[in-house]
Design a protein around this ligand. Sequence first.
Ligand code: HPA
Length: 269
Amino acid sequence: MSLVTKINETRDYLNLKGIKEPEFGLILGSGLGELADEIENPIVIDYNDIPNWGKSTVVGHAGKLVYGDLSGRKVLALQGRFHFYEGNPLEVVTFPVRVMKALGCQGVIVTNAAGGIGYGPGTLMTITDHINMTGNNPLIGENLEEFGPRFPDMSDAYTAEYRQIANRVAQELGIKLEGGVYIGVTGPTYETPAEIRAFKMMGADAVGMSTVPEVIVAAHSGMKVLGISAITNFAAGFQSELNHEEVVAVTEHIKEDFKGLVKAILGQL
Ligand code: HPA
């Protein structure tokens, strides 16, 4: 089955389940999935029940699609995403973004937990731009002409208008919101200190194992993107050791600010 046929099949399945014309997609990273619990009039669908959809395997990622109302907007939220390091092909990693577009989403808010290069644990950061260090690209292969061009422009992948709104809303709420460049790697290893020194010289402010493939696919089809990183640790070399438990614990700490911020931003987009 071609990718477009799969996308359409999944769109039709979700339409039949009552998911009609979401305005915004919401991709919730490690430990940030709770925001989906605040969606009103929810339709919740287990990933395992959705045709052509991947399977989520990481602790802290629930594996549910939640559709409904949040801040007066119709949203389609992914509680748990697919990572390349789980062995998923990038087609699977980015499939939900394709389906969001097919359902009619005009924009997507992509969130993640990330290591800070300069910024410390507990920082919330809008992604101003990214560096794709994965050595891969989800658009390799036949181009989906009905979604976008062969050679997409990435100059404004992280939509400036959305970032301005995010900054204004953060200021109104008294939540500190930094901005910076996200460098995307495959994982599952954390980086070496030498890699982090190199990334710093390249201009990166945060490092993580997601987001880049999804944003490439969103940009390809002209979707507007807001990226938000929750910095959970200093990247390798800036602190003595790294582990997933710390990432989960710090996320636990910032998630109230995170949830409040995303909800308020959504109301203004
Ligand atoms: N590196 C990569 N991914 C991450 C990190 C990190 O330090 N922290 C949370 N996700």
